[in-house]
Design a protein around this ligand. Structure first.
Ligand SMILES: [Zn+2]
Length: 88
């Protein structure tokens, strides 16, 4: 899997999982419906799947070392210094 595609999947799954987690936690709290608490595991699983995909596939195409996922993808690999693709 291309590292930029993995990065996009990572971002989408992480933000979706965290958003649903917050939404279900709030709905469960406000409506006092325990059914929303069952979704918390699913929401957490979505976010963790994103983190797993990002950690496994978001790597430099040259040296295969992991890229930092906490911010935007760098223009140059912080490990080997080679220029990463700019066609995002
Ligand atoms: Zn590299």
């Amino acid at each position: 899997m291309h590292y930029q595609k993995a990065y996009r999947i990572y971002r989408v799954l992480l933000l979706t999982g965290l958003g649903l987690l917050l939404l279900n936690a709030l709905l469960g709290r406000i409506l006092s419906e325990p059914v929303f608490h069952k979704f918390l595991f699913l929401d957490t699983a979505i976010a963790l799947a994103g983190i797993a995909i990002g950690g496994k596939y978001c790597r430099c195409p040259f040296c295969r070392k992991p890229l930092d996922l906490r911010s935007k993808l760098p223009a140059y690999c912080p490990h080997c210094g080679k220029k990463l693709d700019s066609d995002r």
